[in-house]
Design a protein around this ligand. Structure first.
Ligand SMILES: C[S@@+](CC[C@H](N)C(=O)[O-])C[C@H]1O[C@@H](n2cnc3c(N)ncnc32)[C@H](O)[C@@H]1O
Ligand code: SF4
Length: 448
């Protein structure tokens, strides 16, 4: 029986990597094969284990034999953040606990926002030990630095497990009814390989894609620092979401289902990567697609966005039409206004014509350039921006101008991280740099 038990455990372990560490861990080694003379049942096998840890470990293995392996993501199989309640319940069963422990785990991760398994105080010690022993971790990263701007915008640098830094931004705002809306602007990659000419992230180079939990945790850290629920998520931080679509979709699912942010409250922004808009459309999400256009014709676009060479404007707009047809969601076009490059009234008229020729309900969001160090570009004057707006509106295009938030906090995406990377003296962790004297009084309570 003992030999059979071990054999079945071993084959389970091969199929379920979450068990392999537990199999090698000390409590397992503490289990001694009982005397084979009286061929014990499972219950009597458990009885011969006297150390509490060994008993817990035995229950883990007994449960592993009797239940199917948890369906866990292959990318990082021992990170709790990102798992659904169902997966956490299955994990609890696999570790010899009752299913309701999975619900408790879910609350600890997504509501209490505990960062370490030892902080799961109201779970039994033996369960915490089993989780740690099997190599599980929550998957949260420490805040390395944060800077608050006068308008309440908070820019945060997170230090990932491999010591890489990513930016995430919390943007509080009051809606028309006076209640506070908190937007999380999340990164999808460490850096970006697409190198748009005006973007600090592009200038900082590319390291790697973010894993789903590294995207989700950005929202949790903003909720934690502001002590307020995040209402909106925009995938407009560092990186190109469409180059990391699988992780972005997994993070989107988790933010929607586990963190409970409505799909309509989320926006995925892309400069355009061939075939990916079609893929996204096939998921029929109720989220907004924002396409960073920046020019009304192919020739000018290629000078601003080098990657545009592989994705002609006509094909890009065709895919946007398709997104609208598939999802019923209006596509937004982002247009960064660069003085004397793409900000003339004739550019606006050409843009209106281009959009009308591709038919559907589009909206243009103008972003006056946020100056970045060493850039040859300039921000246009306000009157130029207003003339651009008027020209678009005269051609019946709905348009908004993005308010520049947090200008004094290295506002342009990727700038704060670049500062830290080039100046090693700055590169020391700061616990709380939330300087409330910098905040507008009405936002202090929200940002606390
Ligand atoms: C940082 S990108 C990330 C999402 C995606 N890669 C994209 O380009 O849409 C989000 C938006 O920020 C804009 N952006 C980047 N750097 C900027 C700057 N210095 N000034 C104004 N807008 C900027 C981009 O044009 C894009 O519309
Ligand atoms: S604007 Fe977007 S796609 Fe272009 S370099 Fe920056 S992050 Fe990458």
């Amino acid at each position: 029986m003992w030999a059979l038990c071990c054999q079945r455990l071993f084959s389970k372990t091969l199929r379920n990597p979450s068990l392999s560490l537990a199999f090698k861990s000390p409590p397992f080694l503490a289990l001694q094969p009982p005397s084979l003379s009286h061929s014990p049942s499972m219950a009597s096998l458990q009885h011969v284990c006297t150390a509490p840890l060994a008993r817990a470990a035995f229950r883990v293995r007994a449960a592993a034999i009797s239940s199917p392996p948890a369906r866990l993501p292959k990318s990082d199989p021992r990170v709790l953040l990102g798992l659904s309640e169902e997966q956490l319940r299955q994990l609890s069963l696999d570790l010899g606990q009752q299913s309701y422990r999975g619900k408790q785990l879910h609350d600890l991760i997504y509501k209490t926002k505990s960062k370490e398994i030892p902080q799961f105080k109201h779970l039994p010690q033996e369960f915490r030990d089993a989780l740690v022993g099997a190599g599980w971790r929550v998957g949260r990263s420490p805040v390395h630095h944060s800077v608050a701007a006068a308008d309440g915008t908070l820019k945060i640098l997170l230090k990932l497990e491999d010591n890489r830094l990513i930016e995430t931004v919390g943007i509080p705002a009051e809606d028309k009814k006076g209640s506070v809306r908190l937007t999380a602007c999340v990164s999808s990659q460490v850096g970006c390989p697409l190198r748009c000419s005006f973007c600090a992230t592009g200038k900082g180079g590319f390291s790697r894609n973010l894993k789903p939990h590294e995207i989700v945790e950005q929202v949790l850290v903003i909720e934690e620092l502001f002590k307020h629920r995040v209402s909106n998520v925009v995938f407009m931080g560092m990186g190109e979401p469409m180059l990391n679509l699988k992780s972005v979709l997994e993070a989107h699912r988790c933010l929607n289902k586990e963190v409970r942010i409505g799909q309509r409250m989320m926006t995925i922004s892309t400069v355009g990567v061939p075939n990916t808009i079609k893929m996204l459309a096939s998921h029929k999400l109720q989220s907004t697609l924002a396409v960073s256009l920046h020019a009304p014709n192919q020739q000018l676009r290629e000078t601003i966005v080098p990657s545009a060479k592989s994705y002609p404007l006509d094909a890009l707009l065709h895919d946007c039409e398709d997104y609208f047809i598939q999802t019923g969601r209006r596509v937004t076009f982002e247009y960064t206004l660069l003085a004397d490059i793409n900000d003339k009234a004739e550019h606006a008229l050409e843009l209106a014509e281009l959009l009308h020729s591709h038919g559907r309900g589009y909206h243009v969001n103008l972003i006056p350039f946020n100056p970045i160090e060493g850039s040859e570009f300039r921000r246009p004057y306000k009157k130029v921006v207003l003339a651009f707006v008027e020209a678009l509106e005269s051609r019946k295009i709905t348009v908004s101008v993005r308010q520049t938030r947090g200008l004094d906090a290295n506002a342009a995406c990727g700038q704060l991280r670049n500062e830290f990377q080039k100046n090693p003296l700055l590169d020391s962790p700061s616990t709380s740099l939330m300087d409330e004297s910098n905040l507008l009084p009405e936002l202090v309570s929200c940002a606390r």
